[in-house]
Design a protein around this ligand. Structure first.
Ligand code: AMP
Length: 131
């Protein structure tokens, strides 16, 4: 059985897509800690990110860098932070989160409730700035 994130990357489960190439997929976190909270995954389904082969781990980060640059342009913030947890979904993923203060990266905070329209607007805004 494919992971929920593999099913998202294949289009079987809908998502607010921001970027994709042959090996990677980026989409909005459905329970964002901040507007512009993006998840970046390898299409290669591996639970633990550090089990990825070196070249795939490197390529994932280079892809995440491109996405982070677009997030930074689309969402007012000081920097885009990066985190890896993986305690909930067993498919490696990088969280990209627009930061103004350290607390913007606090995963214990109540998650934002955004309308589907706002989620789409954010995803499209990021996608439009991808180089
Ligand atoms: P973790 O595995 O601890 O890094 O957390 C998994 C993250 O995936 C959480 O921030 C969830 O809100 C997010 N998430 C879970 N299911 C979905 C989904 N269907 N679409 C988008 N984000 C999701």
């Amino acid at each position: 059985m494919a992971s929920i994130f593999s099913r998202i990357a294949s289009g079987e489960i809908p998502s607010y897509r921001v970027a994709e190439d042959d090996r990677h997929y980026a989409f909005l976190d459905i329970n964002p800690v901040a507007e512009g909270h993006v998840l970046v995954i390898p299409k290669h389904e591996v639970d633990y990110i550090f089990d990825l082969p070196d070249d795939e781990l490197a390529a994932l980060h280079v892809f995440a860098k491109r996405v982070a640059e677009a997030v930074k342009q689309a969402i007012p913030c000081t920097k885009v932070g990066m985190a890896v947890l993986g305690l909930e979904v067993p498919h490696a993923h990088i969280h990209l989160i627009p930061l103004r203060t350290e607390s913007d990266m606090d995963f214990r905070r109540p998650k934002l409730q955004l309308t589907p329209e706002r989620m789409k607007e954010i995803a499209d805004g990021i996608a439009a700035r991808l180089k």
